[in-house]
Design a protein around this ligand. Structure first.
Ligand code: FRU
Length: 507
């Protein structure tokens, strides 16, 4: 584990211990998201082994089955048909304890071995193979293990000859595997954490792996690299134009950061066309981390899911949640080829099923400096809006407003700075470090019109600007009665259109 992460976890442990010693944990149902994944109880961090099987999205996740804090790392498991409503299943890969070794099941991926290259299949049924890091804290060692499932992913057996890759290193983790048809082999990306490198391996059978190449150091290198993955993405909607994107998670200047590189992959080497001195951010907030994708979803969608890090607040009886799943693509812009991310269409298509009645709609309504109230009585909602800034320098939406106070979170656009912003200054002082109270993303708007999607769900806030060009995700902890929503402008602005769905809890 890298330094930033261990400091973060040590701080969390301190908070948790103080919490545990002082008083019994206080349930926080008002911070439980209604349409994002959380474990029924206890801790989660990274998403793992994302795979679409038999009409269902499978989500495995870093999980402590026993406590509401990091530890006993195992793979929790849940499935969903629409990425909103999740069925909680038993722990799929538990930690392994023997007389002298504890093996924690760290992050990794899962593949359906359709051709049974591994030989783990039985009765002609392809096995599901999980490839993950075995962290052995007593040995201060990380190596890559595999485990296989013959019951559709409910339970896994550890491969008898594990590890499949062992460099005798302390920090070497998070394998992400996919089938590369042109060379007819499995390809793995895995993190050489402290070298700030992604190592590529190839295998014909998921058991014997040969080194292919290294990528890095590049981009941001001040902290250890984790959770690498390489994805082929469609450019400008042209299914025949594919570029590869390499994602790497790491601690940034003000918290978690996921950087990406756009380039080409020839089956052996990834070549970046992104300037290696540039840091391209997947998300501009302080929460989105360790994201990997469902690479085999229907309609050729590549769907990215991240862990939203909790910040300093306790939630109970669960801790940690996943982001809204993002559909990914690449877009040609003035900045070159950049990542575009929108809430997955699988989510948006099902949204009305979870809505409290019809959405609230506004069209061509003026917002003055007095603001404009929008009716809501909970903190689970989704807003799609287009706001014409006219002569306002700043305009947008206030969410989680607490009546009778100035507590709120402002989401908007600053014309002078050309920035999308999330301003938590009045409400999150206790939960965020001062430099994270205002989170911004550089963004141009056309014709003075801001297009945003604002997703508030219990304790998370995700903002998508300009049809997915920029994303800011963060955790917020509004008081139970802080359910106000309004539009603001420091001059004259017009809500060209707005739709707001109130969303009800699903499980
Ligand atoms: C990222 C990470 C991974 C590791 C896992 C352990 O958050 O540190 O590198 O596999 O969490 O829980």
């Amino acid at each position: 584990m890298n330094k930033a992460k261990s400091i973060y976890l040590a701080l969390m442990a301190l908070t948790c211990n103080a919490f545990a010693q002082d008083k019994a944990p206080v349930p926080t149902p008002h911070w439980r998201p209604a349409y994002h994944f959380t474990p029924a109880k206890n801790w989660t961090n990274d998403p793992n082994g994302l795979i679409f099987l038999n009409g269902e999205f499978n989500l495995y996740y870093q999980h402590n089955p026993f406590e509401n804090k990091w530890g006993h790392m195992s793979w929790g498991h849940a499935t969903s048909k629409d990425l909103i409503s999740w069925k909680h299943l038993p722990v799929a890969i538990p930690e392994v304890i023997s007389h002298d070794t504890t093996t924690w099941i760290y992050s990794g991926s899962a593949v359906l071995d359709v051709k049974n290259t591994s030989g783990f299949g039985i009765n002609g049924k392809p096995p599901l193979v999980a490839v993950f890091t075995a962290d052995q804290p007593n040995q201060k060692k990380e190596s890559q293990f595999i485990a296989y499932s013959n019951d559709g992913g409910l339970s896994f057996k550890q491969y008898a000859k594990n590890p499949v890759i062992d460099l005798h290193m302390r920090d070497f983790r998070d394998p992400n595997v996919f089938w590369y048809e042109p060379t007819k082999q499995w390809v793995m990306t895995v993190s050489m954490v402290d070298d700030h490198m992604v190592r590529f391996y190839g295998s014909k059978n998921l058991k014997d792996w040969t080194k292919l190449s290294d990528f890095g150091p590049a981009g941001y290198t001040k902290n250890g690299w984790e959770c690498p993955s390489l994805l082929p993405l469609v450019v400008d909607g042209d299914q025949k134009n594919i570029k590869w994107v390499l994602f790497v998670s790491l601690g940034g200047e003000h918290g978690p950061l996921i950087q990406y590189f756009v380039g080409d992959f020839d089956g052996t080497t990834f070549t970046s066309i992104t300037d290696k001195s540039k840091v391209m951010k997947v998300d501009y907030g302080d929460a989105f981390y360790a994201a990997i994708a469902w690479r085999d979803a229907p309609e050729n969608k590549k769907i990215l899911l991240g862990w939203l890090q909790n910040g300093r607040q306790e939630t109970y009886p669960w801790k940690g949640q996943m982001s809204i799943p993002h559909d990914l693509s690449l877009k040609t812009t003035d900045e070159g080829l950049v990542l575009n991310q929108l809430p997955s269409v699988f989510v948006t298509r099902s949204l009305s099923k979870y809505a409290n009645g019809k959405p609230i709609e506004k069209k061509n309504v003026a917002v003055t400096d007095k603001g404009l109230k929008l009716p809501t009585n909970s903190n689970a909602y989704w807003i799609d809006a287009e706001i014409d800034l006219k002569n306002a320098k700043k305009a947008g939406l206030n969410v989680v407003e607490k009546p009778g106070t100035d507590k709120k979170v402002r989401v908007g656009y600053d014309i002078e700075k050309q920035e999308l912003f999330v301003d938590c200054t009045t409400s999150e002082k206790n939960n965020k470090s001062p430099e994270n109270l205002l989170q911004t993303a550089p963004m141009n708007i056309t014709g003075g019109v801001l297009k945003i999607k604002v997703l508030v769900d219990g304790s998370s806030l995700e903002v998508f600007g300009n049809d997915g060009e920029k994303v800011i995700s963060t955790m917020i902890y509004p008081d139970q009665d802080a359910t106000g929503v309004s539009a603001f402008a420091d001059g004259e602005a017009v809500i060209k259109s707005l739709k707001m769905w109130g969303l009800k809890g699903k499980s």
